[in-house]
Design a protein. Structure first.
Length: 160
């Protein structure tokens, strides 16, 4: 029996969580360091922006996801932190989706100018960012049970 859809994930393994969190927080930290080293003013502004990112992500994305609430697991943050937000089982609003995408794009785009001038940091940043950016759409999203996610493959590409 061949199936075109991969098996759905109920629990993320310790290694999956460790790898994704290390890569995610690692490239955020390297980006912040790169900006601070080039310009203290931009660095402080970017650091403040990065301090707000988890709150926006928690409010606009994580609070809708069933994994921390029903399955007790989360790739990005400890589930206990996510569960501090009230679970909203409905799909995210358009505004929440735009806010979520905007903060992630901003978090990844802003450091590029500053990192470009520091090759070792630029390479380290992308060594952590690329696996994260590839793993989500090509591995985790394909196996995700969060069908209300605006990025779920069935929402983006129709039913497989």
């Amino acid at each position: 029996m061949s199936r075109s859809r991969p098996c759905k994930i109920d629990q993320f393994t310790f290694l999956q969580k460790l790898t994704m969190r290390f890569c995610l927080y690692g490239f955020f930290a390297i980006g912040t360091v790169g900006v601070v080293l080039e310009s203290i003013y931009w660095g402080v502004g970017y650091a403040l922006f990065m301090a707000l990112v988890p709150f926006v992500v928690l409010r606009c994305f994580c609070s809708h996801c069933p994994y921390p609430y029903r399955h007790g697991t989360c790739l990005g943050m400890p589930p206990a932190i996510v569960r501090l937000c009230r679970h909203k089982p409905c799909k995210p609003s358009v505004l929440e989706t735009i806010a979520f995408v905007a903060v992630l794009v901003g978090a990844m785009a802003v450091p590029q100018y500053f990192l470009w001038q520091r090759t070792p940091l630029f390479i380290a940043y992308w060594a952590l960012c690329l696996p994260t950016c590839i793993a989500f759409p090509f591995y985790f999203c394909l196996r995700c049970r969060y069908v209300n996610c605006p990025f779920h493959p069935e929402k983006l590409f129709g039913k497989a």
